[in-house]
Design a protein around this ligand. Structure first.
Ligand code: DGP
Length: 133
């Protein structure tokens, strides 16, 4: 992928602040961190997002997500971790190379990644039967 910024980082054509790397996955600090140690976990193979990612590859990525999350729990003494992914523009994806965000969290950090809204609850019974796969 010629113009993909994360492909360029993977190929070492652009710098990054690397936390971890193996054969399939690289993890580095986000350039626009929401919290301290905001980290991106990125497959070395180019996928646009979760929707087109091979399942086996997804497993390799999640193994690294878990490894780094546990590392941060010990190293940073954080009390929680958010693992976030944006798949698609409507979901606020801005870099179209699959990645997962790891956000170390603290009880008193005042960050709200799940804001309360006035969204009207639907009839969940109806909704679930219409969505059942
Ligand atoms: P998303 O909006 O979910 O697609 O997240 C993309 C993230 O990537 C965003 O938090 C900022 C970060 N980012 C964009 N360009 C670069 C870059 O060149 N280097 C690094 N380290 N992070 C980047």
């Amino acid at each position: 992928m010629e113009n993909c910024i994360f492909c360029k980082i993977i190929k070492k054509e652009l710098p990054c602040h690397k936390i971890y790397e193996n054969e399939n996955v690289i993890a580095f600090l986000d350039l626009n961190p929401v919290v301290k140690a905001h980290t991106l976990v990125v497959p070395k193979k180019h996928f646009t997002n979760v929707l087109d990612c091979e399942e086996d590859y997804l497993f390799e990525i999640m193994k690294v997500v878990k490894k780094i999350s546990n590392h941060y729990k010990t190293k940073l003494n954080c009390q929680g971790i958010n693992i976030l992914n944006a798949s698609g523009k409507a979901a606020q994806q801005s870099v179209f190379h699959l990645h997962f965000h790891i956000l170390p969290r603290y009880d008193d950090d005042q960050i709200n990644v799940f804001p309360k809204t006035n969204y009207q609850k639907e009839d969940l019974e109806k909704l679930s039967s219409s969505l059942e796969m």
